[in-house]
Design a protein around this ligand. Structure first.
Ligand code: SAM
Length: 229
């Protein structure tokens, strides 16, 4: 998989190549990542990329010309659909992460300030995606969330032990509780079934715990998890 990111802060992405799952994916040649700095496409010496909104109002807007030139270059270099991260986009979830994990190339556009000129969305954006019903200061953090959720699903990135198929949402439910050593901690015991060695009983217990937690904490998921009963 190849992903491009369009941003005014490419340095933010230097961290993802250095840690954890994404680093592992890059080192295993399963994932390639390129960032593109919108300021490189500004036409003035001060590398201006933002301007006041027409019609007044607070804040600044990313101007269309440098952004368009940057997206056009990234499309040639990486290719694939262009996804703009925005609170008004379609809500990102595990299903969307699974769908994106099948897309070999895509480019993410990170907004800043009050957002980007609408004409960029009309002319260059294929999909608008939100990471949730709240506003953060820049699309870079949304892009990091999306990339991490997608890259960990690529075949070969996670080992068997940490398989993504057991995670919350992959089967429509939240995951149940985990325990590790020691058997007793501050007066609390590990549930006996987990020490029994009976794999079928353990599987049944885990499934029931997952159902109970999902019912209690996320009853809105019921439609999804019913099919896995
Ligand atoms: N004025 C915009 C609005 O009300 O929708 C919010 C702008 S926000 C301060 C700056 C940038 O952060 C956005 O252009 C977008 O790229 C990114 N952003 C903020 N919240 C986001 C979210 N929930 N999901 C994805 N991107 C988000």
């Amino acid at each position: 998989m190849q992903a491009g990111v369009i941003t005014i802060f490419p340095e933010i992405f230097s961290t993802i190549t250095r840690f954890g799952t994404i680093r592992k994916a890059i080192e295993s040649n399963l994932f390639e990542f390129k960032s593109f700095d919108i300021r490189d496409y500004a036409s003035d010496r001060r590398r201006t990329v933002d301007a006041r909104p027409y019609g007044g109002g607070p804040g600044m807007i990313l101007m269309p010309e440098p952004l368009a030139a940057c997206i056009d270059y990234a499309k040639q270099s990486v290719g694939g659909p262009v996804i703009f991260l925005t609170p008004r986009g379609e809500r990102f979830d595990q299903k969307m992460a699974e769908e994106l994990a099948q897309v070999p190339k895509f480019t993410l556009v990170c907004g800043r300030y009050e957002g980007i000129d609408e004409r960029i969305i009309k002319t260059r954006v294929d999909q608008e995606v939100s990471i949730g019903d709240y506003v953060i200061s820049g699309g870079e953090f949304a892009a990091l969330v999306l990339l991490d959720a997608v890259v960990r699903l690529l075949p070969g990135v996670l080992g068997n032990k940490e398989s993504a198929h057991q995670d919350s949402f992959s089967n429509g439910m939240l995951e149940g509780p985990h325990y590790t050593r020691p058997e007793k901690f501050e007066g609390l015991d590990v549930p006996r079934v987990l020490l029994s060695g009976n794999h079928q009983e353990i599987k049944k217990w885990r499934h029931q715990q997952a159902l109970d937690w999902t019912r209690k904490r996320r009853p809105d998921l019921e439609g999804n998890y019913n099919q896995y009963r």
